[in-house]
Write a new protein. Structure first.
Length: 501
């Protein structure tokens, strides 16, 4: 278009624009992930993230062994809006807006230096926001400050690659009452960062030959970031439901639902680790991946479902290509998305089935569906509904309860009164409140099988013998008794099927 007097140039004010970019809404984990995205897109196999605490002079560096950039490529990478989001991306490219390096860095620091090594040549560029603010111009510095020059020596360790340096980290540091408190807050963020990166990039980290991420103090050793698999794919009790592939906007979308093991099947720290950085309830739901990079870690993407305790074992993997950013409204932080209307019904159907299966596993303590494990068919507590009200009573016909009442027939009235007292004083309100405030904190008391105060093994064998005396086959007798509370909560009893004498 030929310019005429009807048009005039109206560039943004550099100082005002930079400050606006700093308020995009990144948190620390999102910002670091954006830097890691660039390294992975550059073909890096190793990424080293280092930090150094020096109060206001603290800094962070990000070094990778990717392809590196020439001087012209680096200049373009430092340009705001370096690529058009409408451009077709390479399938492996984790970027989109040409803004991530800059906006992520500016959200945390005021001094960004990038040094890149390619074919033996090292190029550098630096954005100093104080300089931009002072001159109110887009002044990109070609040579690094002395502090960054010393850190750039890390590039000597790689044949090619890029180093990103954050200095003047005013948004990263918390100005607390004492330096020790500020340090503790900083280190807490670093610890949380390791968990966050392990979640966002877990599908890359699960295959060490793809990429490794290391995190450490600049003066100490580096520790590999551990992948956090939200689906517990290697756990034998995890259920992988039927997956489906859909064609949406001429792109392939893969959906794979999982039902995680019940707490009774998670040993030691497995339950705590499986909960994820934000806890079981927050991490239930849909996991949206863009080229295997996690965008959304839980929630139901506006499908109308609530994150409730009895659905917390439901997690659904959704894979989309980087060519669908517009349809899914992927934001510049790559931390938010909107479900396309055309796909909502398909995903809601799969979510409904997954939630139902997860609810069954949660309510029945995960004892359904396994080849050698029965379903629960006899509970100690029974649910009754009357005039719209729900109550829970002890089932006096339950074999264990019934037998105890028989053994205590001389005191049957007293025992019956005790059961009524227990039924009428179940702390329903307290349980509801505790579950709402700490949904993962409630746990049933477990007893050791050999405990004299809880003769579980003796009860179990007595009931099995009783069923056998009735003419029931030995294995069927085992399964029948194992389908009752409290026996079904004790997997140790299952081995007795083969070893019963």
């Amino acid at each position: 278009m030929t310019m005429n007097s009807d048009y005039e140039k109206c560039p943004p004010k550099a100082d005002a624009m930079i400050q606006s970019m700093r308020a995009v809404g990144y948190d620390f984990g999102m910002a670091v992930s954006d830097i890691v995205d660039n390294s992975i897109s550059a073909g890096a196999k190793n990424i080293w993230i280092s930090y150094c605490w020096k109060g206001e002079d603290s800094f962070m560096t990000f070094l990778d062994d990717g392809s590196g950039m020439t001087d012209d490529e680096l200049y373009n990478a430092m340009r705001l809006g370096s690529t058009n989001p409408k451009d077709i991306r390479e399938p492996h490219d984790l970027g989109r807006f040409g803004m991530g390096l800059k906006t992520a860095s500016f959200s945390q620091c005021k001094l960004l230096t990038v040094a890149s090594k390619k074919e033996g040549a090292v190029s550098t560029r630096c954005w100093d926001l104080d300089l931009v603010d002072e001159h109110q111009e887009w002044l990109l510095k070609k040579t690094p400050y002395r502090s960054a020059s010393e850190l750039m020596k890390g590039l000597d360790e790689v044949n090619s690659g890029t180093m990103v340096i954050w200095e003047k980290p005013d948004r990263l540091l918390d100005q607390l009452e004492s330096e020790q408190e500020s340090l503790d807050s900083f280190l807490k963020k670093i610890h949380a960062l390791s968990q966050y990166l392990g979640m966002v990039f877990h599908r890359y980290l699960e295959t060490p030959s793809r990429v490794k991420i290391y995190l450490g103090n600049v003066e100490g050793s580096f520790i590999p970031v551990k992948a956090w698999d939200p689906f517990l794919k290697t756990h034998k009790a995890t259920r992988e439901l039927s997956d489906e592939a859909f064609r949406i906007f001429n792109n392939k979308v893969n959906v794979k639902p999982y039902v995680l093991p019940h707490i009774s099947k998670l040993e030691g720290k497995e339950h705590e680790e499986a909960a994820g950085p934000k806890g079981w309830n927050a991490h239930q739901g849909i996991y949206l991946y863009r080229k295997e990079r996690l965008i959304i870690a839980g929630g139901w993407l506006g499908l109308g479902y609530k994150q409730e305790d009895h659905y917390k074992l439901a997690r659904i993997m959704v894979d989309i290509p980087n060519s669908m950013d517009q349809q899914w409204h992927i934001d510049v932080k790559k931390a938010a998305a909107k479900l396309p209307d055309v796909f909502a019904n398909n995903l809601k159907k799969m979510a409904k089935v997954t939630r139902e299966k997860a609810s069954e596993a949660y309510r029945f303590r995960g004892k359904y569906g396994a080849r050698k494990t029965p379903s629960v068919n006899r509970f100690v507590w029974k649910k009754t509904e009357k005039k719209g009200k729900t109550s829970y009573k002890v089932d006096k016909e339950h074999p264990v309860v019934n037998q105890l009442l028989g053994e205590l027939k001389d005191h049957k009235l007293a025992v019956t009164r005790l059961l009524k007292l227990i039924e009428s004083t179940v702390p329903v309100e307290t349980i509801i409140i505790d579950n709402a405030e700490k949904p993962d904190s409630l746990e049933k008391e477990k007893h050791v099988i050999t405990s004299r105060n809880f003769p579980l093994k003796e009860w179990f064998e007595d009931f099995v013998d009783l069923e056998i005396q009735k003419g029931v086959a030995k294995e069927d007798a085992f399964r029948k008794v194992l389908s009752m509370e409290p026996f079904i909560d004790y997997p140790e009893l299952y081995a007795l099927i083969e070893n019963y004498e």
